[in-house]
Design a protein around this ligand. Structure first.
Ligand SMILES: [Fe+2]
Length: 134
């Protein structure tokens, strides 16, 4: 996987969330570099652990934000979050089990995040920005 470079096309215009999204890609890049540089399985496991912890906290914060503004798409959005966390936990379990982490796995994470931010996250972002104008 090439190092993921942030650009404004995935910015939501909600500073706290954009900062968290940047940090999230930072963890995926750290994981990618750790694997490429052969930092060892203990270090890679720690990075995966940090990534899951970060993503879980970030998703909870987004869900609190959606709840606080009565966003109607919260349930469907939360489902997508849960599915991603499940998938990353499966990846974690496989890695701990001795499977190598392929580029496909890292590409999957980046593609999922970009797609989710540009589609699903944009939904609540637009809603929040419209409410602010009312
Ligand atoms: Fe989200």
């Amino acid at each position: 996987m090439a190092t993921f470079a942030w650009d404004n096309s995935i910015a939501l215009g909600i500073p706290v969330i954009d900062a968290q999204h940047k940090a999230l890609f930072g963890w995926v890049n750290t994981l990618n570099e750790g694997i490429k540089n052969g930092v060892g399985s203990d270090a890679v496991e720690q990075i995966i652990w940090n990534l899951i912890t970060y993503v879980t906290e970030h998703f909870s914060e987004e869900e609190r934000l959606m709840l606080s503004c009565n966003y109607p798409g919260l349930t469907a959005h939360r489902k997508e979050h849960d599915q991603f966390v499940d998938r990353v936990q499966e990846i974690q379990a496989k890695y701990i089990d001795g499977h190598e982490m392929s580029e496909n796995v890292l590409d999957f994470m980046v593609d999922w995040l970009v797609c989710h931010i540009k589609g699903t996250d944009q939904g609540y972002s637009r809603f929040i920005h419209q409410q602010e104008k009312l």
